[in-house]
Structure formats: structure tokens, C-alpha cells
Design a protein around this ligand. Structure first.
Ligand SMILES: [Zn+2]
Length: 337
């Protein structure tokens, strides 16, 4: 049996024992004593205390016994229990703490002093598939909140039909007035079948990559007829024009019902309001333009109106009755050369 002498002095500065150690070392050296017989100073560092001991050479396990420090399940000690002591050795005891391994909606709790994520996962008997993601990484330390997340990464395939846009073709049509466009045939979109490789993390899609693309149906183009005709016959008269447009036409006369109580009988451009004056949106038909309006006859764009915007005109008559008779109608307007 070995005869031990030790002191356990919690939280006592190690420095207090340094002179003693120096003396012992000096004596030991001078006397030529073998190292194994000399005294050693060691310190045990545990989370709740620090213990300073002066011992004969021994093992870590014996030193812990002398200090009455026991290890519980999951606790660890460094260096390991069978390590031979050395003078100045620091023995570190780490107490087990709970680590929570969260995988999907499952939580496993492991009591361990191990701080390496990969080793904790081994202790928790969590088997990782090659694609699985661990947060923090398996070579990292368990974070202060003791939580490790294992994200299951899986792959799947999704096939979707996507539309291919159609082109628009224009065809000249000499039976249609210049400036007018008709839809001859509506286009139809094509179909392309696209297969994607989809990445899921815990069942939720995080990304997708195109794997294949097969055309199922070609698009058919939209065909527009573009008018080229520049002459029409009206009442036995040939009318040559630059372009035609289709507008909604209303009618008015110089009266106060049509033009308001303060109307002075003159238009925006200063000409008297009378038959042959057409109110226009100058952005569509510039003021001063000579026109022929189907059902009305020749006229000049010489007036404007707050309600006359876009594809709208207002044709002026001499009498209120004529204006009422016109009402509101969709007509072709020919912009004359
Ligand atoms: Zn009127």
C-alpha cells in the first residue's frame, strides 16, 4: 500500500505552493533522487471547484479518488483515468450536459460532456444519410444552447407542362383599309414537358434543377391581316386616304345643351362650330387633318373635348336635332392625303 499525503484546498491560488515545489525540486535534484519518488503538484479543474494537491506520482484515477471527485455517467476527464501524473499537471473534469438532437419533429436528448457534434451524434445513435445536413457541422462544437439539428435531405422528380409562347405573323391584305389590322387566326401556345430534380430539406422543397425538356406540341402563330388598301368608294366618289381608323363617334351642335351655357359658338381652334368640324384627340388625329367620316362625310379635325380621348371623335352638326339623330356609333375615319 502506498502512503498518501494530500491537501485539498478549494479555490486556493496555486502560487501559494510554488515555493514549496521549488524547494522540493531543488532538494530532489541536489540529492539526486529519482523522479518517481519526488512530490508532484497537480490541480484538478472541475466546473464547480478547483482542487490543488501535492502527491506522490500516481494515476489520474487515484488523484480523483483522493480529491473525492467522482465521475457520473457521461462525465469526462482529461487526461484519461489511466494517465500517469506529472508535476504541474492539470486534470480537467467535465460534467455531462444535455444535448438535444432535433431531426424532423423528433428530439433525442443525450447527457454527455462531449462537445464535438459528430461524436455526440454517435452517442445519440443518430445515423446520417450521405446527403443529410447537420447544423452546426459534424466537425464543429455543440453550440451553447446544446442543440444540434439534423436536416434530412432528399431528392425527387417533378414533371410539369409549360407553355411555349407563339409568334405573331403579319400578312398584308389589299381588301382591308391601310391602318386597320384584323386577327385572321388566334395563336395557340405550344407545350413543353419539363422534368425537374427537386431537392427537399425535411420534406420542404429548397431548389430544383432542370433535368429534361421535351416538346409535346408546337405553338401555332397568331396571324394578323394588315390593311394596304388606300382608296374607297363612297356615294360614287373615290376617296384616297393615307390610313383609316375605327373610332366611336358622338355628335354635337353649337347649342348651349351641347357646348354649355357659356359657349360662344367657336371651337378650340377658333373656327365656328358647324357641320364639317370634328372634335378629336390630337394625339390620335392631329388638329388640321382633313378626314372623311363614314355616314357623315368630309370634315376637318378642328376641335377638342375633355371626353374626346383616344379612339373617339365628336362630329359637329348645324342643328341639335341632327346631332341627336346621329347618337353614338362606331365608324371608320379616313385620314385624307
Ligand atoms: Zn346641340
Amino acid at each position: 500500500m502506498q502512503n498518501w499525503r494530500f491537501s485539498q484546498l478549494d479555490k486556493t491560488p496555486f502560487i501559494k505552493y510554488v515555493p514549496l515545489a521549488v524547494v522540493l525540486l531543488a532538494v530532489g535534484s541536489c540529492a539526486g533522487l529519482v523522479v518517481t519518488n519526488s512530490r508532484q503538484n497537480v490541480v484538478i479543474s472541475a466546473p464547480d471547484r478547483e482542487v490543488y494537491l501535492t502527491i506522490r506520482p500516481s494515476t489520474v484515477k487515484d488523484v480523483l479518488n483522493q480529491a473525492e471527485i467522482s465521475l457520473g455517467p457521461g462525465d469526462s476527464v482529461y487526461p484519461s483515468l489511466d494517465t500517469q501524473t506529472k508535476d504541474g499537471m492539470r486534470i480537467t473534469v467535465e460534467r455531462a450536459k444535455p444535448v438535444f438532437v432535433i431531426s424532423g419533429d423528433r428530439i433525442s436528448t443525450v447527457f454527455t460532456s462531449e462537445r464535438n457534434v459528430g461524436k455526440v451524434l454517435e452517442l445519440a445513435k443518430v445515423s446520417l444519410a450521405a446527403e443529410d445536413k447537420v447544423v452546426p457541422g459534424i466537425d464543429q462544437e455543440v453550440p451553447p444552447d446544446g442543440t444540434i439539428r439534423v436536416v434530412k435531405v432528399t431528392y425527387g422528380e417533378v414533371t410539369v407542362d409549360e407553355k411555349l409562347p407563339f409568334d405573331t405573323e403579319k400578312r398584308e391584305d389589299s381588301s382591308l383599309e391601310a391602318g386597320l389590322v384584323r386577327v385572321y387566326r388566334e395563336g395557340t401556345p405550344g407545350i413543353v414537358r419539363v422534368t425537374y430534380t427537386v431537392k427537399y430539406e425535411d420534406g420542404k422543397e429548397v431548389s430544383r434543377q432542370e433535368k429534361s425538356r421535351v416538346k409535346v406540341k408546337d405553338p401555332t402563330p397568331r396571324i394578323l391581316l394588315v390593311g394596304t388598301k388606300r382608296e374607297v368608294s363612297r356615294g360614287g366618289q373615290n376617296i384616297r386616304f393615307e390610313r383609316a381608323l375605327e373610332v366611336m363617334a358622338t355628335a354635337y351642335c353649337p347649342c348651349s345643351k351641347c357646348c354649355g351655357p357659356y359657349a360662344n359658338g367657336y371651337t378650340h381652334t377658333g373656327v365656328p362650330a358647324k357641320r364639317g368640324v370634328i372634335a378629336v384627340d390630337p394625339k390620335v388625329i392631329p388638329l388640321g387633318t382633313r378626314v372623311y367620316v363614314d355616314g357623315y362625310g368630309f370634315g376637318v379635325a378642328a376641335d377638342t373635348g375633355s371626353a374626346i380621348k383616344g379612339q373617339r371623335i365628336d362630329v359637329c352638326f348645324d342643328t341639335h336635332e341632327e346631332a341627336l339623330a346621329w347618337g353614338k356609333r362606331k365608324v371608320k375615319v379616313f385620314i385624307l392625303r
